[in-house]
Design a protein around this ligand. Structure first.
Ligand SMILES: Cc1cc2nc3c(=O)[nH]c(=O)nc-3n(C[C@H](O)[C@H](O)[C@H](O)COP(=O)(O)OP(=O)(O)OC[C@H]3O[C@@H](n4cnc5c(N)ncnc54)[C@H](O)[C@@H]3O)c2cc1C
Length: 448
């Protein structure tokens, strides 16, 4: 008889099949299982109830403990703060290093003329996002305002962005309709066998040499202090070119100005006893003295990682020179006049009196000059900065309980509506994740 070594026995009756006896749990094992189940259920309950933040923070009787800390009282920080306070009943600490709220959107009444001006350059609200438009209705009444910009070269004013009138004024043409404009552009445009690789190629492919030389090239050099060939194609790609007489600067369906200014919007957004705003407070000076469930950082991402000693990201800044002109209705024919030509060192002049037709016997204008030094306003889009930002980003995404939100933290030029949407979406993401990803409330919140 052959013996099968590796196969199961063919006749089960020949094998001892005595069933295994269930061993009873010891008393201590039962106790352990009971405590484990209880802790798990309590964990789920507390996590869902307190949304991942320690319950002790909610009373904020210790003025250094907050559910949420927000660095920066600009638009991104304001959206995050008011959502957490108004929607989730969370305590919020906002730290702002400037002496005012509103970030770059801040506006105020110029004392000498009584005209409302923006401290950091004209801000025109425009969006095609229904969500952003609806959201902003909560915070302000809005007055419809379609922004128009003129350019000036020599003694000629022309519409910006380029439209039929621009070409007629600059080149003594007599273009009458979109078909003729398309034909004119087609004659001018430079064609490449591959996609345009930089801002120079992008502009030449869209408007041709002559418009490039008068408007695009000198303005880009003034604005960025770089040749267009040194900048990514997106810089000149986002400037619209029109084949009709539309002289509006933006074509979004919603374009408006807040009827009582931007700063009032922030005052309303922060009007909740759960929100504490500390002005003149640099986060890096106080971070060791406060305790936050979660932190939202809206400052420059490279400033957050300054201690690593990596190269800094490049930004462009603006110098604003104010001038009051007495007993003058208007200084210039539009609120904003761009000066692309190299003959003058400013990039544009803003006359705020035009906005919402403000009344004053005088007028106030601001010359804007683009600078290397000063507050960081515009990320400089070139290969070096894009690669460097990606390096910072790999650190930022790994950060425990710190989220980077907004223009400077993402090193990306956001219009106001994009900043708002970005913050709303981040809030949704952070607060609608399944409970097991939110962190457990009993875990010690990171001391930052
Ligand atoms: C000149 C200019 C003109 C613009 N015009 C328009 C326009 O016409 N239409 C439009 O839609 N958008 C415009 N924008 C874009 C608009 O300003 C932004 O979308 C918006 O301000 C972004 O808000 P934010 O909160 O992300 O950033 P910011 O407004 O920059 O706010 C960040 C805040 O964080 C603070 N902060 C930074 N570091 C620290 C720290 N360590 N501690 C404490 N606080 C800190 C800063 O002081 C700042 O107040 C313009 C931007 C500029 C620069």
């Amino acid at each position: 008889m052959h013996r099968r070594l590796s196969c199961p026995p063919e006749n089960p009756t020949t094998v001892n099949m005595e069933p295994l006896k269930k061993r009873p749990y010891t008393a201590s094992a039962k106790k352990f299982i009971f405590i484990a189940i209880l802790s798990f259920v309590a964990g789920i309950f507390l996590t869902v109830k307190y949304n991942g933040n320690p319950p002790g923070n909610r009373n904020a009787y210790d003025e250094h403990i907050f559910d949420i800390c927000v660095v920066g009282a600009g638009l991104s920080g304001a959206v995050i703060s008011e959502r957490y306070a108004n929607k989730l009943d969370k305590t919020v600490l906002i730290m702002e290093k400037r002496d005012h709220i509103g970030g770059n959107v801040f506006d105020y009444i110029d004392e000498e003329t009584g005209i409302r001006v923006n401290k950091y350059g004209a801000h025109l609200f425009h969006t095609r996002s229904e969500r952003v438009w609806d959201y902003m209705q909560t915070w302000s009444k809005w007055t419809k305002w379609e922004h128009k910009v003129l350019g000036m070269a020599g003694d000629k004013y022309f519409p910006i962005p380029v439209n039929i009138e621009t070409v007629n004024v600059l080149f003594d043409e007599n273009i009458q309709n979109p078909k003729q404009m398309d034909a004119w552009l087609a004659k001018e445009q430079v064609s490449y066998e591959r996609d345009p690789q930089n801002s120079e190629e992008m502009a030449l492919s869209r408007v041709g040499q002559r418009l490039y030389d008068i408007i695009f090239k000198p303005y880009t050099i003034k604005q960025w202090d770089k040749q267009p060939s040194q900048l990514g194609p997106e810089v000149t790609a986002r400037i619209p070119i029109r084949n009709d007489f539309d002289d509006r600067y933006f074509s979004d369906p919603y374009q408006a100005l807040p009827s009582d200014g931007y700063t009032a919007i922030f005052e309303r957004m922060f009007d909740n006893s759960l929100i504490t705003v500390r002005l003149n407070t640099d986060y890096f000076d106080v971070r060791d003295k406060i305790r936050c469930g979660k932190t939202y950082f809206t400052g420059p991402v490279d400033a957050y990682y300054a201690h690593l000693g990596w190269d800094k990201l490049e930004y462009r800044s603006i110098d604003f020179e104010r001038q009051v002109i007495r007993n003058t209705e208007f200084f210039q024919p539009a609120a904003v006049v761009n000066h692309p030509t190299p003959e003058v060192d400013y990039t544009r002049i803003v006359e705020y009196k035009h906005f919402l037709n403000q009344a004053s016997p005088d007028t106030v204008i601001f010359y804007e000059r683009s600078m290397d030094i000063g507050d960081p306003y515009y990320p400089v889009p070139n290969h070096r900065n894009k690669a460097l930002y990606e390096k910072y980003k790999t650190m930022a995404v790994k950060e425990y309980n710190v989220k980077f939100v907004g223009r400077l933290a993402n090193y990306k030029y956001f219009n106001m509506d994009e900043s708002i949407l970005n913050a709303l979406q981040l809030f949704d993401k952070e607060t609608s994740r399944p409970f097991w990803k939110k962190g457990f409330p009993w875990a010690d919140s990171k001391r930052i």
